[in-house]
Write a protein that binds this ligand. Sequence first.
Ligand SMILES: C[S@@+](CC[C@H](N)C(=O)[O-])C[C@H]1O[C@@H](n2cnc3c(N)ncnc32)[C@H](O)[C@@H]1O
Length: 306
Amino acid sequence: MSLQPQEIAPLNSLRRHVLSWLTDAFHAQETGGLSWHWSAFRARNAWQPSIAAIEGFLLSHEPRESDLLLIGGSAGWMMTSKWLSRFKTITIIDIDPLARLFFALIHGKALKRSGTAWHFERRDALKELPQLLKEHPNALVFFDNVLGQQCFRLKDEERVERLLGQIKKTLQGRHWGSIHDVYSGPIDLASPLGKMPLIRPEHILSFQCQLGEMNTASRQPEQNAKTPSSMPAPELEIQPSYMVLDGKKTSFDEGAQTLLQAVNATGEWQDHLSVEVFAPDTPSVMIPWFFKSDYCHWLQAAMVRT
Ligand SMILES: C[S@@+](CC[C@H](N)C(=O)[O-])C[C@H]1O[C@@H](n2cnc3c(N)ncnc32)[C@H](O)[C@@H]1O
């Protein structure tokens, strides 16, 4: 017995739906999912100093809104319930279908006590941002460690930079904030050179930070020793013109070096292509996050009030 075309179409659509559900449940297009929940569950204690620093940042910005639109909230592993409890309603948008269950386990009780009503929607928040803003005209919009993950999902540098650079324009006139990865990479806490890192996992320090307007710099690719004449053209990269760290203005490269040295960075670091998320000179905080004993992230966090 063969199926008619009108019977095949719904089956194909169901199959696509199930496949996308499973893919996002497992790894959320390499940005979350079960692998994230497992890492976060196992490392919850080790991450406490960074979680406390994030809480300090959030609590220092008293929300004027009673509604929160939490984008990429997942289970809220890196948030305490204290800040979330300040809102009357929270809408969590995430592509990971398991986020609702884990969020309920972590924050459900506290939010019930504070009378905060919350609900979850499985949607692509970046694709649907203008529509979400229309649906939640009075909410504070907070991107919760999601913008720095887009380089893994989209795998196209130019597209990621365009997408992340556009967000502040789409949000013009709104109160919004974000915490996201700027850089991540290997560290050597054993410090074979005998130089102790300034920051340690159990004693983290944050930096007040401002990034200058963007310049297009050229990055010379590695020289090919055998055929110097066949060197490819330099790659162009977008880079802030300066960095102000704890009030000290330096070139962007010098500032980046300070951040890397502070955690004894080694090897190659990942650029999360997120330096253009905030407008130039937006006061922000750089928070180190020791993801593993030999791997660290620099998170940038800011609230934008217009
Ligand atoms: C690193 S996790 C952070 C999770 C959360 N902030 C926490 O503390 O548990 C990134 C989250 O962003 C979600 N995500 C990635 N791209 C998204 C998109 N375009 N729209 C909605 N959620 C997205 C992933 O599913 C994942 O849950």
